[in-house]
Design a protein around this ligand. Structure first.
Ligand code: NAD
Length: 295
């Protein structure tokens, strides 16, 4: 199958490489030349611009930071909707606000281009190991068409509802992930301030009811203060904004989500925006007057 892939960053680069390895003819574009180089090294073709990546593609995947980039690449002049042929399937795997996913799907309908919102969870490791969870919004028929491609990238692939629903599920995912990171960070602060070995303490937590994927995968790197991305605090800040906006839209109160959003905002304000979101530990340490260990 001929695939266009736009956005070859932390997530997009390994995802595009898996699609090449699965035998697809992948043309990719990223504004960053080094990112394009990664696709070439994996055996794909580096396109000169987004339109070049999209021309003639059966399926186009976008994996971009936020809604302004998706709007520019998809709706902008020379972008996906201008260049893609009728019947092309656009799978936007970026995490963006649901209303943009809905607007993109409406704009695409006029051009006979099919659209799914398909954000992912599982982090960099999930992208590299092709074990992502993928939450898909759009029609059943388009989901069925996309499934063979998505199966190359993930393990849990679920159609969750109409356009925008994938993004709502992702917002729910992000508020849970942010909350768990915040609490693991506080557990580490408590253990260390009480003179208990944090690594040992978290080993016990991981085996009990408090166990989670975050404790399983990240407790060692957190205790060791390894905060290289990963998933940048800046991106999680964006996602908490999406979650709070979705809550407002749905007319519900999510007080803990509001608190977690403020912790993430504090991490950004303290200058940790480019660190992995597990660096919420540095925020928790500072709130208790404890000097964060150097990264
Ligand atoms: P990233 O910043 O590493 O990658 C995004 C890429 O898009 C960059 O290489 C950037 O150069 C490129 N880009 C930006 N504007 C562009 C444009 N106009 N045209 C072409 N390329 C452009 O980000 P990431 O970590 O790969 O995340 C991508 C998306 O996936 C985000 O929405 C993020 O929230 C989501 N996500 C990330 C993770 C993670 O662990 N990193 C996990 C799940 C979901």
């Amino acid at each position: 199958m001929k695939l266009g892939f736009i956005g070859l960053g932390v997530m997009g680069a390994p995802m595009a490489a898996h699609l090449v390895a699965a035998g697809h003819d992948v043309s990719g574009f990223d504004v960053n030349a080094a990112a394009r180089g990664k696709l070439e090294a994996a055996g794909g073709r580096a396109a000169g611009d987004a339109g070049d990546a999209v021309a003639g593609a059966d399926v186009v995947i976008t994996m971009l930071p936020d809604h302004p980039q998706v709007e520019a690449v998809v709706l902008g002049a020379g972008g996906v909707l201008d260049v893609a042929g009728r019947g092309t399937l656009l799978i936007d795997m970026s995490t963006i606000r649901p209303e943009t996913s809905i607007a993109v799907a409406e704009a695409a309908r006029d051009k006979d281009i099919r659209v799914l919102d398909a954000p992912v969870s599982g982090g960099q490791a999930g992208a590299e190991q092709a074990t992502l969870s993928i939450m898909v919004g759009g029609s059943e028929a388009d989901f069925a068409a996309a499934k063979p491609v998505l199966e190359v990238l993930g393990k849990t692939i679920v159609h969750v509802g109409p356009h925008g629903s994938g993004q709502v599920v992702k917002a729910a995912n992000q508020l849970v992930v942010g909350g768990i990171y915040g609490l693991v960070a506080e557990a580490i602060v408590l253990l260390e301030a009480s003179g208990v070995d944090a690594a040992t303490g978290l080993d016990v937590l991981a085996g009990g009811l408090a166990g989670s994927r975050i404790l399983e995968l990240k407790r060692k790197s957190m205790v060791d203060r390894q905060f290289g991305p990963g998933f940048r605090i800046d991106l999680h800040h964006k996602d908490m904004g999406i979650a709070l906006a979705a809550a407002r839209q749905a007319d519900v109160a999510l007080p803990l989500t509001g608190l977690v959003a403020q912790l993430v905002a504090a991490g950004r304000a303290m200058g940790y925006g480019s660190l992995d979101h597990s660096a919420l530990l540095k925020v928790a340490e500072q709130l208790s007057g404890r000097v964060p260990a150097e990264v």
